[in-house]
Write a protein that binds this ligand. Structure first.
Ligand code: GAR
Length: 198
């Protein structure tokens, strides 16, 4: 059984894709054991509570001190026995204590074709605005390992999405999200399969 912890900050559609995939059997031998949010008002928390998934809120408001915040999150992840940590719309930088403790077991979904339009300041709608401002004709989604940099870890899966004439950041975001949901589930499925084999 692969135990997932999912870190969120906002709407949680990627979390929902994982929940749905667990519930419909696409993700077999997988359980979401914890959702950690950087914000107490994240809609993702409602999605988790509806499924009786334990939640833990650990943002700047709850833990103003960065080291205490990292300790609290690390303790929650270990306490839940998480095998794989998934950043699914998590808008905080993961501290090195956690990237080191979960090296090779922490992944992120990013809404662009990394190495394009990523790094510090590139999150959520900012990414899609940057893609449109650059006049790109294609964008996409990337699942990658999280290392100590921002969006710098090795790519696991990446898929292109067309940018269409007249696109806004919202319309592009909506199109990219569909692909995000699919490749995030696929990436987690590969971890579950690998665990079964080893
Ligand atoms: C998603 O597009 C995700 O890739 C992005 O935030 C959105 C969250 O949506 N993440 C980042 O930009 C991280 N750098 P969701 O809360 O509906 O899953």
């Amino acid at each position: 059984m692969l135990k997932l912890a999912v870190l969120v900050s906002g709407g949680g559609t990627n979390l929902q894709a994982l929940i749905d995939a667990v519930n419909d059997g696409t993700l077999a031998r997988t359980r979401i054991v914890l959702v950690v949010s950087s914000r107490g008002d994240a809609h993702a928390l409602t999605r988790a509570r509806e499924q009786d998934i334990p939640v833990f809120v650990a943002g700047r408001a709850q833990y103003p001190d960065a080291a205490a915040r990292a300790d609290a999150i690390g303790g929650a992840l270990r306490g839940a026995g998480a095998d794989l940590v998934v950043l699914a719309g998590y808008m905080s930088i993961v501290p090195p204590e956690l990237t080191q403790a979960f090296a090779g077991r922490i992944i992120n979904i990013h809404p662009s074709l990394i190495p394009k339009h990523c790094g510090l300041g590139f999150y959520g709608k900012n990414v899609h605005r940057a893609v449109l401002d650059a006049g790109e004709t294609e964008s996409g989604a990337t699942v990658h390992f999280v290392d100590e940099g921002v969006d710098t870890g090795p790519v696991i899966l990446q898929e292109k999405v067309p940018v269409l004439p007249g696109d806004s950041a919202d319309s592009l975001a909506a199109r990219v999200l569909v692909t995000e949901h699919r490749i995030l589930v696929e990436a987690v499925r590969r971890f579950a399969d690998a665990e079964r084999i080893t």
